[in-house]
Ligand binder design. Structure first.
Ligand code: SF4
Length: 340
């Protein structure tokens, strides 16, 4: 059964409280299921997601997470559930069901025949973090304000919408109301929080001799998102790994840094990092230029004065200039041009 996100009954504190205080087998199962999921996510284990009561348990978990109030833990949970709903959507071959799954998140999508039409506003909004021409509006035929997409593309847009709607729901819960509604499980909530914080402390990695205060905004944003438990787009990961390697961080410290990512997989991360750093590929990769990061919507320069210099073309140049400024050596454009 898909998780329908635009169901307003779960946003009521009375509903959350009824899961704890109501007398029915369904409520008891929802409570038990949600506490199992929260325990798993706080211990860093993969979630054992089962279909029965999944929607109720999902929303009740968001109420619990509001009480715990740890953004990385919440992100981890939402990302795990995202992977579950995507697996479910991908395994579903019936286009009508796929249409109702997508519409259940509020995505403006309609079945055509074997394809779907998505309103261009939703298409742009939910394809921002996705890479490839299939997600750039300029390469898509537009008819009546709608973009025609294959099921595979629809599932990826649905994935992004699911994440956005879940965070929106979480943000809509008032913490004081959550704490009051869930007061009977106060001990469970504080024990999960303690367990989670002590595990995070052990996982913490510092950046060694690398001077993170000189990092450009894009790299700082990727690090921040990763610490918050957000899965980075592929290109941001590549940029982060190749940048950190180029500024002197070793492979094992880079791998350790990725441990806080919600979808961390030791084997895959080790392979990818060792590939980018040249340990198994023989090629040491460089981070992409600013123009590439900008066109992939992962630049994040904002109002940063150095990034907004017309001649600043590369994140490594940013780091080099900041380091040189610190050493009291004025940087000229001539020397900047030597760096690729
Ligand atoms: S301008 Fe370049 S260095 Fe600055 S945030 Fe954007 S991509 Fe990073």
């Amino acid at each position: 059964m898909p998780i329908i996100l635009n169901n307003t009954r779960y946003s009521e504190p009375d509903w959350a409280n009824s899961v704890l205080t109501g007398y029915s087998e369904d409520l008891y199962k929802t409570h038990k299921y949600a506490t199992d999921l929260i325990s798993d996510v706080s211990e860093g284990s993969r979630l054992d997601v089962k279909e029965e009561h999944v929607e109720e348990a999902f929303f009740f978990c968001l109420w619990i997470l509001k009480c715990i109030d740890e953004s990385t833990l919440s992100s981890r949970f939402i990302n795990e559930m995202r992977d579950y709903v995507v697996r479910e959507a991908e395994s579903n071959k019936d286009p009508d069901v796929l249409e109702s799954i997508a519409q259940g998140t509020g995505l403006d999508a309609t079945r055509l025949d074997e394809t779907f039409s998505v309103h261009f506003v939703d298409f742009i909004r939910y394809s921002k973090k996705l890479t490839g021409n299939a997600y750039r509006l300029v390469f898509q035929p537009l008819s009546g304000g709608k973009v025609e997409v294959e099921p595979r593309i629809l599932v990826n847009l649905y994935r992004e919408k699911f994440v956005e709607s879940s965070f929106k729901f979480l943000a809509s819960i008032k913490k004081t109301e959550a704490l009051a509604a869930l007061s009977p499980m106060e001990e469970f909530i504080s024990s999960v929080k303690q367990e989670y914080l002590s595990r995070r402390k052990k996982e913490k990695v510092d950046l060694g001799n690398v001077d993170s205060s000189k990092f450009p905004p894009c790299i700082n944003e990727y690090l921040k998102l990763m610490r918050e438990g957000v899965n980075l787009p592929q290109m941001a990961r590549f940029t982060l790994v190749s940048f950190l390697h180029k500024v002197g961080m070793n492979s094992s410290d880079i791998i350790a840094l990725f441990r806080s990512a919600p979808d961390f997989n030791e084997k895959i991360t080790t392979y990818q990092v060792n590939h980018i750093t040249g340990e198994i590929s023989g090629t040491v990769y460089s981070p992409p230029k600013c123009s590439v990061l900008l066109s992939n919507h992962i630049c994040f320069k904002g109002e940063d004065p150095l990034c907004n210099q017309e001649w600043l073309k590369h994140p490594l140049r940013y780091y080099q200039i900041k380091k040189m400024r610190d050493m009291g050596k004025p940087q000229t454009q001539k020397t900047e041009k030597k760096v690729n």
